[in-house]
Design a protein around this ligand. Structure first.
Ligand code: FES
Length: 476
């Protein structure tokens, strides 16, 4: 951290040859640092632009450090450690490789110039390689120029806000359920909840009730059978109620909770079970076939491609016809339309990196740091969020480009391989930041590279806590 601060405080270097880049090299102590040392002992001449920060292992290098280096004024970053198989801690670099793969993909998605971020494996005997990598990185960063737009749109870019295609143009939404269907479902739900609370199957049911605005539905905790009549259901039950489970179960580990869920919300249970936040037997899932959530006459983008009317993990399914135990069969699953956001992601991918950068900087620029995205995310359950820590303060709390950038990038990385795509963050963002595109872009990247889907198997290891010896590393 001190070295990073030092890097920030050093004035922009200009020599008689012109501007000199400032590069932070994060290296492992056992291989690359020794390699750099060897280059020095052998009196090899290489560009004097790097400031080395030594870590015990690349496994210890969090992408947050890279974000911090850029935020503090680095024009480029080099990350380097032992070759795969040589790590002093056996697998630190293999785990790091996955993290860097995702981070590099995120930076590409945001449009950071590829010339600014370099990864390399350098052993203790490769002093020559170290000097070559430093020279190459320096030349690339020099070509890219000073990084003055970290956390800011690219100044003077005329195509400042790339136009994304209309999210739902040409894709027909489903019909919302009729008021009569909703009424029938509500009646069956109230009856089932009364029974479950009366016979002690569950101690609490978390569901929805009518809010103070027309058509609004808000979360409701029901503890007594007589209160079940206040529960309701319609196509405006947008909140993901899974967020309440870790808090409720922390207070009472033996409680059994009934949860009214849509299929997309129930997916959040899988990563929570995988991460040890709850046990499946603590939850009774009351699934309601969902035809999509609607707001102001528009179906939510996530609903177009949702194939499950009810989660396969559902304990009770409540339909207009009645209540049945278990979920729907696969034959009862529906046909889906393509997700309209995929066209937006593809469209973003076709822009030049500086246009993408500009787009995202303008998105993040609107961030108010209200942390509503964090408050509604079922997977944001840390006791103290990194954004609330101030010793050291990794994420600036001021509402400015750098702080907003750091917060949104770090949050995206935190959810990489965990996000289940409920899109609650994008729904509640008062600034309308397209967090759904950001998260979906990373979900697709992780599926493509590691064949991992966060909401399928609670027994599987999260992709960033494991590795395969032949993981892709074409960028290193
Ligand atoms: Fe060098 Fe782990 S010890 S990368």
């Amino acid at each position: 951290m001190d070295q990073l601060v030092e890097a920030r405080e050093a004035p922009e270097r200009t020599t008689e040859k012109g501007w000199e880049p400032r590069i932070v090299a994060m290296v492992c102590n056992w291989c690359t640092y020794a390699g750099a040392d060897m280059a020095g002992t052998a009196r090899r001449v290489y560009a004097p632009s790097v400031r080395i920060v030594r870590f015990l292992c690349t496994g210890r290098i969090d992408p947050l450090f890279i974000v911090k280096a850029f935020e503090q004024g680095a024009d480029g970053v080099v990350v380097s450690g032992c070759h795969p198989g040589d790590c002093h801690y056996v697998q630190g670099n293999l785990l790091a490789r996955r993290r860097f793969t995702v981070f590099q993909a995120l930076m590409d998605f945001l449009g950071l110039d590829r010339r600014r971020l370099h990864f390399a494996w350098i052993s203790a005997s490769e002093g020559v390689k170290w000097s070559r990598i430093v020279d190459e990185a320096t030349a690339a960063v020099r070509e890219a120029g000073p990084l003055r737009h970290w956390g800011r749109p690219v100044k003077g870019n005329s195509s400042a806000q790339p136009l994304l295609p209309d999210t739902d143009a040409g894709i027909a939404p489903r019909d919302p359920p009729s008021a009569e269907e909703n009424q029938l479902i509500t009646g069956h739900l109230q009856e089932l909840v009364t029974n479950l609370l009366s016979d002690g199957t569950v101690s609490t049911v978390i569901g929805y009730t009518a809010g103070s605005l027309p058509q609004q539905m808000v979360p409701l905790f029901v503890n007594e059978p007589r209160d079940a009549s206040t529960l309701g259901w319609n196509e405006h039950c947008a909140n993901n109620l899974v967020i309440y489970l870790p808090q409720v179960l922390k207070k009472n580990r033996d409680a059994k909770i009934g949860l009214v869920t849509k299929s997309c919300d129930a997916r959040a249970l899988i990563p929570l079970i995988r991460e040890g936040q709850l046990r499946r037997e603590q939850i009774v899932l009351l699934g309601i076939p969902c035809r999509g959530m609607w707001n102001q006459g528009k179906m939510a983008a996530k609903c177009y491609s949702c194939s499950e009317e009810v989660s396969p993990f559902t304990d009770w399914t409540i339909t207009p016809e009645g209540t049945k135990k278990g979920s729907l069969t696969s034959a009862e699953r529906r046909q889906v339309s393509p997700d309209p956001r995929d066209r937006e992601i593809a469209s973003l991918g076709s822009f030049l990196p500086e246009e993408r950068w500009d787009y995202w900087q303008r998105q993040f620029d609107r961030c108010l740091r209200c942390y509503a995205c964090r408050a509604v995310c079922p997977l944001c359950y840390c006791a103290t969020c990194i954004s609330d820590k101030n010793r050291p303060q990794w994420i600036p709390t001021t509402i400015d480009g750098k702080g907003n950038m750091a917060w949104n990038v770090v949050r995206a990385m935190h959810l990489a391989g965990r996000c289940i795509g409920c899109d609650e963050c994008a729904r509640v963002c008062p600034a309308g930041i397209r967090l759904d595109l950001l998260n979906r872009g990373l979900v697709q990247e992780i599926e493509r590279r590691f064949d991992f889907c966060s909401h399928v198997n609670p027994e599987s290891s999260p992709p960033l806590t494991t590795f395969q010896p032949d993981d892709p590393d074409e960028f290193i």
